[in-house]
Structure formats: C-alpha cells, structure tokens
Design a protein around this ligand. Structure first.
Ligand SMILES: NC(=O)c1ccc[n+]([C@@H]2O[C@H](COP(=O)([O-])OP(=O)(O)OC[C@H]3O[C@@H](n4cnc5c(N)ncnc54)[C@H](OP(=O)(O)O)[C@@H]3O)[C@@H](O)[C@H]2O)c1
Length: 292
C-alpha cells in the first residue's frame, strides 16, 4: 500500500479520557508524533498533563481543558449503573466542540458466545453477560450521540507490565485446561498503532464505525501460560480441568470461561491494510519478556 499518511502533529490536541493501561500507552505514542495529549484519571497526580475526571463523584474537567481539542479517546468502561461515564457527564460539552474524531474502546464481549466460531463486525452482537449488555448499550449511546465516534472492540488486552508474566510473578496464575476453549487477545501496542494508522490514513481509507482490533491467533490460555513458563525456564504447574476448578473461580473469572469465540481482524488487517506489530501471543509476549 502506498504511504499516504497524513500528519498527526502539534495542530492536534487529544484528550485521553481514562488514562489506565491502554490510555497511557496511547498518550505516550501520540505525544511522540508531536500531538498534545492531556489525560484524565479519577485522582489528582503530579503529571502536569493530567486532569481529574470522575463521573461518579461529579468531578468534571474545567472548560480550559477542552480548548482546541480535536480528538478524544475514551478508555472508560460503563459505570455501575451501566451508563457511559463520558456521555453521562460530558455529552453537551463534547457537542459544543469542533471535534474531528472520538475513539471509544469497547470489548468483544458484546459478541457473546459463538462456541469457538469466528466473529466479525458484521455479526449481530449477542451479549451473554450483564456487563456486556451494558457495554452494548453504551456503544449504542455513542452511535446515537451524533458525535464523530469510532468504536474499537477489543479482546483481552496485555502488554508490558500486564501479562501472564506478572500473574506468574504475583502467584496469581491458575493453569486451567478446558477442551476446545480459545481466547482472543491484543497487545496494547497494536491497539495504539492501529488507531494511529487509521487516523493517519483516514482520508484514503473507507470509514468504518466499528472495528475489531485483535491478533491473528486466538488460542487456548494454557498454551500462552506454557509459553511464558518456557521463556522463564520454569516448570508449569499441573493443569486443573475447568470442571474441577470452576467452583473455586470468582464469578467474573468463571464468566470468561463460559464464552468461547475467535475474533476476526480481517476488516482491520485485510481490508484496511493494518499490519500487526505482534501477530500472535508469542511475538507479543517476547516483547513483554524484555520488559519484566
Ligand atoms: N483489560 C482488558 O483486557 C479489556 C479487554 C477489552 C476491553 N477493555 C476495555 O477497554 C477500555 C480500556 O481498558 P484498560 O484495561 O486499558 O482500562 P483501565 O486500565 O482499567 O483504565 C480505565 C480508566 O477509566 C477510568 N475510569 C473508570 N471509571 C471512571 C469513571 N466513572 N469516571 C472517570 N474515569 C473512570 C480509570 O480511572 P483511574 O485512572 O483513576 O483508575 C482508568 O483511567 C476499558 O473500557 C475496558 O473495559 C478492557
């Protein structure tokens, strides 16, 4: 593909709402391109580029924060009532701005269970879990908002500082074996890079309002854990079959094992031409291994 990349630079001001794991990775990368990026968290911190936003405590950013904003990325999950914290607190403010783009990080949980079949953006969402129903409602609120939103559906996010290595180190690992069960995943670097790729090429690529960002190789969790133990040169503990382990799992952990799907990235990687940095967990975990 010809490199038509338009520049993202100091004329662009991003607000990253919810600067957790993905948000902070994105903020760092976008600053390297020369953009201004201000980030929110729920408590005050020393970062001069950070401001406080907490929808539950009714703390909203002051007007100055929004001056000249061109792009917004929301990384905030639904609140406990199932509402979108950003739309709930800031919708009219956002509507008063001349925004070029809003990105919303959602989850592939909205697809529900497919018994291991592939799902893509054209499949009708069929959320199984209550939290995924709430998420789908939030997606729909964004779509109805009239704001220039693009939704990114993400599977399990991992990256340096948040991967199976940390689970092993913190003794939080459970090696569970469930026949024919797979999970999709994505390295945080590819979330950031894919979004930047789409923004830089937006004048030349067909706009899609909903896009999955997942790697090429959904697979069993035990395969991933085994790979990490091998890199560490340690012996993996004996696996426990899911049927034996399930009663000891927290409801949230159990809920992940009830769904089984393969998330397709064909729209992003074939149709739109994005090239993954980490095509599978092996490539992604090697990167994490360098940073442990
Ligand atoms: N983790 C995964 O594997 C995964 C998979 C698929 C999709 N997702 C979704 O993708 C998005 C990004 O994920 P992530 O793991 O990078 O998120 P994360 O690290 O958990 O960060 C979430 C951010 O949202 C902020 N936040 C939460 N509730 C808020 C509220 N009521 N008002 C204002 N701010 C609020 C948090 O503030 P503080 O910084 O103050 O905590 C934090 O900055 C989330 O929506 C997540 O649910 C996650």
């Amino acid at each position: 593909m010809k490199n038509f990349a338009s520049s993202l630079g100091n004329k662009n001001k991003f607000l990253i709402l919810g600067c957790g794991f993905s948000g902070s990775y994105f903020a760092k990368s976008i600053r390297k391109l020369g953009c201004i990026a201000l980030t929110s968290s729920r408590s005050k911190n020393k970062d001069p580029n950070s401001f406080v936003f907490d929808s539950e405590k009714n703390i909203v950013p002051n007007e100055k924060i929004f001056d000249g904003v061109t792009h917004i990325l929301s990384c905030i999950p639904p609140d406990k009532n199932g509402n979108d914290p950003v739309l709930d607190s800031l919708k009219s403010r956002l509507k008063s701005l001349s925004l070029e783009w809003i990105g919303y990080l959602s989850t592939t949980g909205v697809y529900g269970n497919t018994n291991g079949d592939w799902v893509s953006e054209i499949d009708q969402p069929n959320p199984l879990q209550k939290r995924s129903q709430k998420r789908l409602n939030c997606e729909n609120e964004w779509l109805k908002s009239g704001l220039p939103v693009q939704i990114f559906r993400l599977p399990g996010i991992y990256g340096p500082g948040r991967s199976t290595f940390e689970a092993i180190k913190n003794k939080k690992i459970r090696v569970i074996d469930k026949k024919d069960q797979v999970f999709s995943r994505i390295h945080v670097g590819d979330i950031t890079n894919a979004i930047i790729y789409l923004l830089q090429n937006k004048n030349y690529l067909k706009f899609h309002q909903i896009i999955n960002i997942a790697d090429d190789e959904p697979c069993a969790q035990i395969e991933v854990i085994q790979y990490c133990y091998n890199l560490l040169g340690l012996k993996m503990p004996k696996p426990i079959f899911f049927e034996e382990a399930k009663n000891e799992l927290s409801p949230i952990a159990r809920s992940f094992w009830i769904e089984n799907r393969r998330v397709s990235n064909k729209l992003l990687c074939k149709k739109l031409g994005y090239k993954l940095i980490y095509r599978n967990y092996r490539e992604g975990l090697k990167n994490c291994f360098l940073n442990i």
